[in-house]
Design a protein around this ligand. Structure first.
Ligand code: PMT
Length: 212
């Protein structure tokens, strides 16, 4: 099978030296790409900036902004069987990116932001993706309710929900603890390394692909 995985944060520039970003080390997404490759799948990893090594045997497409990640996902989708969108994409970006470094001046400053493209939300209706669609939900409360709502609204086959209010799992840490949310059931994966959690996610996702 062919997997596409997004990982890491995006950077939305304000000027040549500053940007808005999201917390994400990329570890969960890179573990997913590595696990899918380990299981014998073809893998495309589209990632925002991280310090991680690309897992061997994985096709790697580095990006910076949400717009670049959107375009890379759209362009690489033909032939993909399973898409796992794990990236922590910035939801908003500055309306204007200054050409020169902004100089310090006033005591207060107001930034005008606009929405970035919703990659997960475009998969079905804009990109016409018909394969297995796995989204992530990074929540700080009502984890199950928000994940289930995301599953339906974004037309996913599975949502991997993690509680990012905890410092021992989720962002940046080496471990995670997730709830797999399917249309008619849930499955909790207890705290484990991101590599082990990733293997379970890949196995579940591959099993969701209808056999022909
Ligand atoms: O990178 P690590 O340090 O290992 O941390 C892992 C993680 C916490 C980042 C990861 O497990 C995780 O939860 N990833 C999703 C982070 C996120 O932005 O969640 P969200 O609930 O805001 O977004 C929901 C889904 O929509 C995600 O699949 C996201 O990739 C996608 N999305 C969001 C915004 C956008 N403009 N386009 C998108 O596709």
């Amino acid at each position: 099978m062919k997997f596409l995985v997004t990982a890491g944060p995006t950077r939305e520039p304000l000027d040549p030296v500053r940007y808005l970003t999201n917390r994400s080390s990329g570890r969960m997404g890179y573990a997913l790409a590595g696990a899918a490759r380990h299981e014998g799948h073809e893998v495309i990893l589209i990632s925002g900036p991280t310090v991680l090594d690309v897992p061997p045997g994985v096709d790697f497409i580095p990006v910076e902004t949400a717009q670049q990640m959107y375009e890379a996902v759209r362009d690489m989708l033909p032939g993909v069987d399973v898409a796992v969108l794990c990236a922590a994409v910035a939801d908003y970006r500055p309306v204007v990116c200054a050409e020169q470094k902004m100089k310090k001046g006033a005591e207060r400053m107001v930034l005008e932001l606009e929405k970035t493209p919703d990659i997960l939300g475009s998969m079905r209706d804009v990109f016409g993706f018909r394969g297995v669609l796995v989204g992530f939900a990074a929540e700080t409360q009502n984890v199950l309710a928000y994940a289930r709502e995301k599953l339906q609204r974004k037309q996913c086959d599975m949502v991997v929900a993690n509680d990012v209010s905890r410092s021992d799992i989720g962002f940046d840490s080496r471990e995670n603890e997730v709830l797999l949310v399917f249309p008619n059931r849930e499955e909790a994966l207890p705290k484990d390394t991101k590599e082990h959690i990733a293997l379970h996610i890949v196995e579940h996702a591959a099993n969701l692909l209808p056999r022909v």
